[in-house]
Design a protein around this ligand. Structure first.
Ligand SMILES: C[S@@+](CC[C@H](N)C(=O)[O-])C[C@H]1O[C@@H](n2cnc3c(N)ncnc32)[C@H](O)[C@@H]1O
Length: 212
């Protein structure tokens, strides 16, 4: 699916989030709060937006994604590798930080993904995982469901692949409830993990430090 939408992924992303994703990515990189020059693995990097933001933040990003199509369409100077985020070709405790944007709901085994983060991130290292979310207020939730259920697939259909953009909003349902989600991150080995809500709760940032 991601191979199919890769050429226009950036454009549709920007349009459907009204460019709010730009600010969310900045918040994600700022939340790492690691020393300049640290190596940061951006998992499920897609076309490399977070890699570019990490470069601007003074980090040394390495992007990894399962889809060759997304990697081929990437616009970043960072090294890129085709890899499954659930089985990374990285030694234990080698990485200072990990980012991941809008991909948690795509992983077939979220627990396995978090265990993999705990394996590759060194003690004291940081993770910042950006994802869409459902707002808590009922009114906002209705508007959100209409926008992502009806409007986004139309925009996606006009600019790219309608079926893919119908699937993407639906896939939010694959995420565990917020309390369970942050519990999974803490249990994996990031005991101080916290969930930050962005833009009224339509996006969320999970931030944590690898236990020492
Ligand atoms: C919605 S896109 C997000 C791309 C990018 N992170 C961003 O912020 O725009 C989801 C990405 O997850 C990738 N992906 C899905 N499952 C994966 C896996 N198991 N390992 C690595 N990448 C995966 C897809 O190929 C796709 O590029």
């Amino acid at each position: 699916m991601f191979d199919a939408i890769a050429p226009r992924y950036d454009l549709v992303n920007r349009v459907m989030t009204f460019r709010m994703d730009v600010g969310w990515r900045k918040r994600t990189v700022a939340a790492l709060a690691l020393p300049g020059g640290s190596t940061v693995l951006d998992l499920a990097c897609g076309t490399g937006d977070l890699c570019r933001e990490l470069e601007r933040g003074g980090y040394r990003p390495i992007g990894a994604d399962l889809s060759f199509g997304m990697l081929a369409a990437a616009r970043t100077d960072s090294p890129l590798v085709q890899a499954d985020a659930l089985g990374l070709p990285v030694p234990d405790e080698r990485i200072a930080g990990v980012t991941c944007g809008f991909a948690l709901r795509n992983f077939v085994d979220l627990g396995g993904f978090l265990d993999e983060l705990a394996r590759v991130v060194r003690p004291g290292g940081r993770i910042a995982l950006l994802e869409v979310a459902e707002p808590e207020s009922r009114a906002l939730r209705r508007g959100h469901a209409f926008y992502f259920g009806k409007v986004v697939p139309r925009i996606g259909g006009m600019l790219s692949d309608r079926d893919a953009y119908r699937y993407l909003p639906q896939s939010v349902a694959y995420l565990p409830e917020p309390g369970a989600l942050i519990g999974l991150v803490r249990d994996a080995g990031f005991a101080d993990a916290e969930r930050r809500l962005l833009s009224g709760g339509i996006a969320q940032l999970l931030v944590g430090t690898r236990d020492g």
